[in-house]
Design a binder for this molecule. Sequence first.
Ligand code: GH3
Ligand code: MG
Ligand code: MG
Length: 294
Amino acid sequence: MKSKVLVVDDSSTSVRVVSHLIKKADKTPISVFSLAQALDVLNDQASDEFLCAVVDYTLPDAPRGEAIEAVLEYNIPVIGMSSEGPSFLSARFIKSGANDYLNRPYCHEEFFCCVTQNIENIENIEAIRRAANSDYLTGLPNRRYFFHRLENTTSSAQDCVALIDLDFFKKVNDTFGHEGGDQVLKDVARLLASHFSQHLIARFGGEEFCVYFQNTPVEQAKASLEVFRIAFSERASWINQQPIKCTTSIGLSNKFEGEIDGMISLADLALYQAKKLGRNQIVVDELQANAQTI
Ligand code: GH3
Ligand code: MG
Ligand code: MG
């Protein structure tokens, strides 16, 4: 959960007051006195750790609101502050893209309301974004997020993709009920998250999952999938004190031809092959014809 609020103001008295009020809102103020220092902090610390920034309109090294625009560049919501009067403020701040603004002198209640309301709005938007991007049952990223992430990624010929499908999962539901099936889905998701934390994973739908390996030789991806496959097959999920054993079939492809969709279709064909060959195994559809090739 994000908790930092960046405070950029050249007046140490103002910084002290603002920091105190931010702490009262249970957030952590990170205070700096100039735009240069603010940029140092933002380049040094992950900017996505900041909930928002409270930025003075006039700073010695940014006299005309440049600091507000500079901080907005880092995709951090900004509350602007100025002593120059409300009519000046509203026009200038709206133009610079600030989310909200405060006119000095402000009473503490006014500051508190402004900051907490903005933080609440930002947190609500974050919660909606998280819900839209993740799968409700397992908490894994969903298909929508998977493709959105890849849209903004430069894929390379070294990438590969794996489709992982639970074997005879319908039978799990038939034997242990939907609740038993759900438990297996949650467990497989947790195991996937722990084995492939360095990679992009998603629940594609039903009992099918996907792992996208960036810049990973196919042999390495296959070896790590094999470790996962064996680990999953050797453990059990539990429902009403009953163990549920389950296995996975996996299709892996590294035939990158510029289209991720195409590589996923090939992984799907490899998965189909793994099912046909008896399940609980990996089939690789790889560029160089060594190992199992379809
Ligand atoms: P195969 O080895 O060929 O993959 O067989 P399968 O039984 O795993 O595959 P099939 O496609 O026949 O059945 C998938 C089942 O997954 C059917 C569906 O009811 C179940 N399923 C899909 N989503 C969920 C879910 O969220 N929870 C539970 N409990 N079951 C689900
Ligand atoms: Mg100032
Ligand atoms: Mg299945």
